[in-house]
Design a protein around this ligand. Structure first.
Ligand SMILES: [Zn+2]
Ligand SMILES: [Zn+2]
Length: 466
């Protein structure tokens, strides 16, 4: 009898799974999640808040104090998911960090770039705690990273298995399913279900019976416009490029260095191949060039529509050299895909805009998200003739060029995510990575569709038993 009780207690203890959210804000903040599996804790992502600086931009890692963190998972290489990974590794130096091979290379490059950005912010904005880590620390951390492929369960510490599946968001992105003692918990990371121009849509959701899903809700507040198709949007972009070229101007497409740059370049290549856009020079610059090199390196080993297509080799791009003494100047009849996507201060697209947006023959085409407070957000909200403040020194330029906005999101439409969540049969669904109204839409819809499941907007600092 004594033996039975002891066994029963042991079983209860080892099957114990608890989720806790380490993201402090109800928006797209610094992604970070914990899953306590018996005696060990798996951490999924450790990002940097895109709109905050200093310690405020970090997840509350101190909530992990006293826990046995041996395994860390990175879903993809955007900074809101990996931006504080060296700090977390510093706290748990024995831990191993698992990710896909493309994420390994992209995250490494992103973190080195982040050291440079934080160092200049430290000097200019007097942020004492920046940089949060150094180039040497990134190198040391990356030496402990372990690459794993899609669709194969692998063992990590403490009787825990993990499986990655392709999330279709950017190259190397994955969802992560964590298995422990019969329990199964899915972390979606950022996910795109539909094919993009280069990267294929997510390759997941073939199995149900999840105990819990921790899911992104990015587009929860955005219904898809009637009749929207990606192909239609691509055709609209091709027409806008042609219109700008015919007006005798240049085209500026501000792009995020990783993901959006490579998607847009692939689109332009296809437009040219079928004569939708004339064969004019295309320029890239900033961090985009480095990221495109990594995309090309993994071309044949990742799920994409054109595996043999190598962007830098096949498009004969004009690459703006790093460290040039004078800013790149717009030339009529040419296309410029420059980072950053939000035209943030000191980036190539921001410096370029100073001599670009005041010319009525030019066309400025936005292809991704822009925070309303960023220079790109201000331009999108402005009217023709308005003075645009491009930096904190008060540089103002009149907006005279044509402006248009296109939807090439790397996030799945909300209806697709809803369907996935319902199909999963999960007993608990945690709504993360979205603004309050986006989470609220999912909470309402899922509560109606899954009356026997708990739909939870997790609070930082709370633990939820699975
Ligand atoms: Zn992302
Ligand atoms: Zn994200």
């Amino acid at each position: 009898m004594i033996v039975c009780v002891a066994y029963f207690c042991f079983s209860l203890q080892s099957a114990f799974v608890e989720y806790f959210c380490l993201t402090d804000s109800h928006e797209i903040g610094a992604s970070c999640h914990g899953l306590k599996c018996g005696e060990t804790t798996v951490v999924v992502d450790s990002g940097l808040h895109p709109k905050m600086t200093g310690y405020e931009a970090m997840p509350p890692h101190d909530q992990l104090d006293g826990q046995n963190v041996q395994s860390i998972v990175l879903t993809h290489s955007h900074l809101d998911h990996v931006g504080t990974i060296p700090v977390l590794q510093g706290r748990f130096p024995q831990s191993r960090v698992y990710m896909t091979a493309p994420t390994h290379d992209l995250a490494d490059a992103m973190l080195h770039n982040s050291v440079n950005v934080m160092t200049s912010q430290s000097n200019e904005l007097d942020i004492q705690e920046y940089p949060l880590f150094t180039h040497d620390m990134v190198e040391e951390c990356a030496s402990k990273w372990v690459a794993r492929g899609y669709n194969r369960k692998f063992d990590v510490d403490g009787d825990v298995q993990i499986k990655f599946q392709d999330a279709g968001h950017i190259m190397g992105s994955c969802t992560a399913t964590v298995f422990h003692e019969g329990k199964k918990v899915l972390f979606t990371g950022d996910v795109q279900t539909e094919d993009q121009t280069l990267i294929k849509g997510a390759d997941i959701w073939k199995e149900g019976d999840y105990d819990a899903i921790v899911m992104e809700t990015t587009r929860g507040a955005s219904p898809r416009p009637e009749g929207f198709t990606r192909q239609g949007e691509e055709e609209r972009l091709a027409k806008a490029i042609c219109a700008g070229l015919e007006a005798g101007g240049a085209i500026l497409i501000p792009v995020f260095a990783m993901g959006k740059t490579q998607e847009v370049l692939t689109m332009i290549n296809q437009f040219k191949a079928v004569g939708m856009v004339p064969d004019v020079p295309v320029h890239v610059g900033g961090l985009s060039t480095k990221m495109t090199t990594i995309y090309d390196r993994h071309a044949t080993r990742t799920r994409r529509k054109a595996p043999r297509f190598k962007i830098l080799r096949d498009m004969k791009l004009k690459v703006a050299r790093k460290g040039r003494s004078t800013p790149l100047e717009p030339r009529a009849g040419e296309i410029y895909c420059l980072s950053s996507g939000m035209m943030s201060e000191k980036t190539v697209s921001n410096l370029f805009a100073r001599q670009f947006i005041d010319k009525p023959q030019n066309a400025l085409l936005f292809v991704g998200y822009a925070d309303p407070d960023s220079p790109a957000g201000k331009i999108r909200a402005a009217s023709s003739g308005d003075m645009i403040e491009l930096d904190s020194n008060g540089t103002k330029v009149a907006l005279e060029c044509a402006v248009d906005v296109f939807d090439f999101s790397g996030h799945a439409p909300r209806e697709d995510i809803l369907e996935i969540a319902i199909g999963s049969g999960a007993k608990k669904i945690f709504l993360t990575h979205g603004d309050t109204d986006a989470r609220e839409w999912f909470r309402e819809e899922l509560s109606k569709a899954m009356p026997n499941s708990e739909i939870i907007v997790p609070e930082s600092g709370e633990a939820y038993e699975i």
